[in-house]
Design a protein around this ligand. Sequence first.
Ligand SMILES: [Zn+2]
Length: 357
Amino acid sequence: MATPLSADRFLAALRAEGVKVAERSGWRTHNRNSKGAWGPVNGIVIHHTAGTNSLNLCWSGTADLPGPLCHTHLAKTGVATMLSAGRANHAGTFAANAFNSMLNESSTHPRPDAAEPVDANARTYGIEIENLGNGSDPYPAAQYDQAVRWAAALCRAHGWTAHSVIGHKEGTRRKIDPSFDMDAFRDAVAARLAHDAGWSPGTNTSSGDSAATKTGDDDMPDYVNLGVAEPYELRPGGWDSIEFTREWSDTAGDHATNGSVWARGPARFTGTVSLHIEELPVGEVVQARMSEYEGDRFVQDHPIHEVIGTAGGTFAVIPLTKRIASGRGMRVRLRNYSDQPVTVSSAVLTVLSWKES
Ligand SMILES: [Zn+2]
């Protein structure tokens, strides 16, 4: 669940991801907000226009379905034109099972139920990709790449995985768009999210905004410095990822807003996470370990470190040194082995990382 991006943040996210953005005059205030809610947002819906020269139609809509009909219109040429930063008439209603699989970033997207209780216009971003949608009209590579970048930019801005992206046909039985395979599309979005925003497929180096903040020296490490904005309770039992809600530095661009992933492969990194735990009884144990994920799927754990309760608050420094493979994200997880809740009053992660090709 997330607050919708402002028009400025929307634009900045797209440009950082390499989307060739055009702005239709008046787009910032062109919306359907007077007709219903806009936000909280939970996902991204991909459409095809089923027509050509559809920019004006997507802006104005029809008597029955007033515009804007999407947030962004993507022409065959690959130009992405901003039409709205608010509620748009693109998705209509969604089935609950389809909506929830998107919201929960499930790795499966079930056939939508017939009942459609969800106001998806309030809860999703939408792009209309110019295409006849007849299965034989091709999507030029440049256009498809722009669509992937558009979706990845929004995922990155919100800290979502590629499973927050669904096709219109996956949200409702009423629709068949888009006419391409959504699993392949999500794979392409996930590949982008494993790299910096400025990445281009088939290259090892980055270009664009995120790389521009670096020095240009390939041997310079990225500096990642994260923490938790508020103390939080860690209950006994179960492994729990630290959500890093404070970001002082992330030149690698690997840490998504409020996310628990702080390094993405391929990379090598070294550093520490310093913990301050309160209410841990003397001699009782909290364990800490690094855990690798592929998107939201757990892959493997790395050796455990024990934090043993001491009088007057417990402090520990956990080493974080590892190589992480392409497509993987690293988290720190904690497990409370005492029989009472403890408070993690601070968790400061300080890491240097080197991207590998
Ligand atoms: Zn559609």
